[in-house]
Design a protein around this ligand. Structure first.
Ligand SMILES: CC(C)(COP(=O)(O)OP(=O)(O)OC[C@H]1O[C@@H](n2cnc3c(N)ncnc32)[C@H](O)[C@@H]1OP(=O)(O)O)[C@@H](O)C(=O)NCCC(=O)NCCS
Length: 154
């Protein structure tokens, strides 16, 4: 893995309910099947690690991670459309992997659609490996789509 340039850690902060309008705006632009406001509220209420990258009050990305004993599940990573392909996704994911490692997590897990070429490239570039497949996991325009399960040792 080539280590990305570090994120400006001062701009990475905890998500709070007042962010949700801006987050939902991004979410609806970048996902065919976006999370709802309730999904994000539940994540906050459940104490998941929810981070936003907030540049000059312009939110450019966010992540949601769920901790379970010594492993962490990446539930959402999104970069605003106009910020994509500038290395932010890689730096954001690398930063939250560091947070998880500092909290004693030993591995990160995630699911991704086989059709999500951008996300697959992001994960492979940070040394995630495929460890399984969940059949018909996601809603899709034609029926259902499988999920690739990936893991990275922290
Ligand atoms: C996946 C996502 C977070 C990547 O963020 P990003 O800031 O654009 O990614 P980066 O610029 O850091 O690129 C990292 C790597 O991802 C891959 N990648 C990113 N965008 C890509 C694209 N449009 N096509 C192909 N590969 C792409 C590449 O491998 C890239 O490495 P490279 O620049 O050396 O080729 C962003 O595309 C996104 O928000 N997508 C919608 C939400 C989503 O699908 N999230 C993941 C599932 S929850």
């Amino acid at each position: 893995m080539s280590v990305p340039a570090p994120l400006n850690s001062l701009l990475l902060r905890d998500m709070n309910p007042s962010d949700l309008d801006r987050i939902l705006n991004i979410e609806q632009q970048v996902h065919a099947y976006p999370w709802s406001r309730i999904n994000f509220s539940d994540a906050l209420d459940s104490g998941y690690l929810c981070k936003v990258y907030d540049e000059a009050n312009e939110m450019s990305g966010y992540t949601v991670l769920m901790f379970a004993v010594d492993e962490v599940h990446l539930l959402n990573i999104s970069v605003a459309l106009h910020c994509q392909r500038s290395g932010l996704g890689r730096r954001l994911l690398h930063a939250v992997m560091g947070v998880a490692r500092d909290r004693g997590m030993r591995r990160m897990l995630l699911e991704v659609r086989p059709s999500n070429v951008a996300a697959l490239g992001l994960y492979k570039g940070l040394d995630f490996n495929t460890i399984g497949l969940r059949r018909d996991y996601y809603a899709a325009s034609a029926g259902r789509e499988d999920a690739i399960v990936m893991e990275c040792l922290l």
